[in-house]
Design a protein around this ligand. Structure first.
Ligand code: NAD
Length: 357
């Protein structure tokens, strides 16, 4: 029997539908090459959902998401909906679906492509060969900890938040990091602030405990201030970085900026039962409808989906290689174009990738 994978595609707004079309075409090519079957359904989210149903995340979309092996999302948002109250905005649909699916880990690869080294703010000798993955804890830490608030104390206002991590929260993300590292270069850097924060002390203790089951993987601990510095001084030394919500928010943006363009960065958000894959960038309203968006971040998000949810790691590697080949052969959308390379539109870039699959 053919291997099958159930996918819910959520094109969303702006360039979303254009780049989703690219990802779906690449998946069609994978179906042929690997003799697999993708059962793809489409749903509404964001502004497109507001226009049809008045709700940025209709119940029908959530139901379809929970019946799927993976959700593939393009982007939401745009000026048209900017004046709605906060809880009716397109972005609320995105926040809600992440929460409803209980996605506790966010994975963001940062890979330097030889063809795009000029786009990095770092010099070539530092950035060439960088291939790292930031795994950020997404549902705990200081963004959700109690108590939180602003109150009056001794005649002035005081604001406070609490960084909380329980053992099971650290354990599940550490385990994920070691498992992922096993399929990469087998090194995990756990980032914390254990010299100052008790919560980081516990984080470190639990990571060490989990490591006992993964002795084939190298583990190092690093304080977050040092990690921020080492990321720009010797980024090549990192493989998998695992960290909490706040530190991960900052470190993952730093890692993304190292390798250049927003149009190239995919992401995965994983939970115990569900998973969602989406580019890091937004709906790019300034270029929407022109057919010139860079489909690579979307296509690479689909590759992450094949690896983590559809259990087709070889197909994921093939897509990554095809993207790299297309770049090496000089194909560039406007956002990454340089003199001497071929400027192409979304469809042509997609075709260049598919031909190299
Ligand atoms: P953005 O990422 O949409 O765009 C920033 C800049 O990068 C723009 O100049 C855009 O043209 C360019 N860009 C982004 N992706 C590109 C691609 N694939 N190809 C070529 N160029 C690309 O961020 P923004 O302008 O701050 O936000 C626009 C809208 O997107 C807002 O409504 C915002 O709320 C929303 N947004 C959504 C998400 C999401 O869906 N995950 C994330 C961020 C922003």
């Amino acid at each position: 029997m053919k291997k099958s994978c159930k996918i819910l595609a959520l094109p969303g707004d702006g360039i979303g539908p254009e780049i989703m079309e690219s990802a779906l075409e690449v998946l069609k090519a994978v179906e042929k090459k690997y003799n697999v079957n993708f059962e793809i359904k489409e749903g509404l989210i964001g502004g497109a959902a507001i226009d049809e149903t008045g709700n940025p995340l209709p119940e029908e979309t959530l139901k379809l998401a929970k019946e799927s092996d993976a959700v593939l999302l393009a982007a939401v948002g745009g000026e048209k909906w900017d004046n709605l109250p906060t809880d009716k905005r397109p972005e609320k649909g995105l926040l809600r679906i992440r929460k409803e699916l209980d996605l506790f880990a966010n994975l963001r690869p940062g890979k330097a492509y030889d063809a795009l080294l000029d786009a990095s703010p770092l010099k070539e000798s530092l950035i060439k060969g960088v291939d790292l993955l930031v795994i950020r804890e997404l549902t705990g830490g200081i963004y959700f900890g109690e108590p939180r608030g602003i109150e009056e104390r001794n005649g002035e206002k005081v604001g406070f938040n609490t960084m909380v991590y329980s053992e099971h929260e650290v354990e599940r993300i550490a385990r994920l990091a070691f498992n992922v590292a096993r399929n990469r270069r087998k090194k995990v850097t756990s980032v914390d602030k254990a010299n100052v924060l008790e919560v980081s002390g516990l984080w470190r203790e639990v990571v060490n405990k989990v490591w006992a089951d993964y002795q084939d993987v190298e583990l190092e601990h690093m304080y977050v201030d040092n990690a921020a510095m080492q990321l720009v001084r010797r980024p090549k030394d990192f493989d998998v970085i695992v960290t909490g919500n706040l530190f991960g928010d900052i470190i993952s943006d730093e890692a993304g900026a190292l390798t250049g363009s927003l149009g190239m960065l995919p992401s995965a958000s994983l939970g115990e039962k569900y998973a969602l894959y989406e580019p890091v960038h937004g709906s790019a309203p300034d270029i929407a409808g022109k057919g010139i968006a860079n489909p690579v971040a979307m296509v690479l998000s689909a590759a992450m989906m094949l690896e983590h949810s559809c259990k087709l790691p070889e197909a994921a590697r093939d897509i990554e290689k095809a993207v790299e080949k297309a770049l090496n052969d000089g194909y560039r959308t406007g956002d990454i174009w340089q003199p001497g390379t071929k400027k192409v539109n979304t469809k042509e870039m997609t075709q260049a990738i598919i031909e190299r699959l």
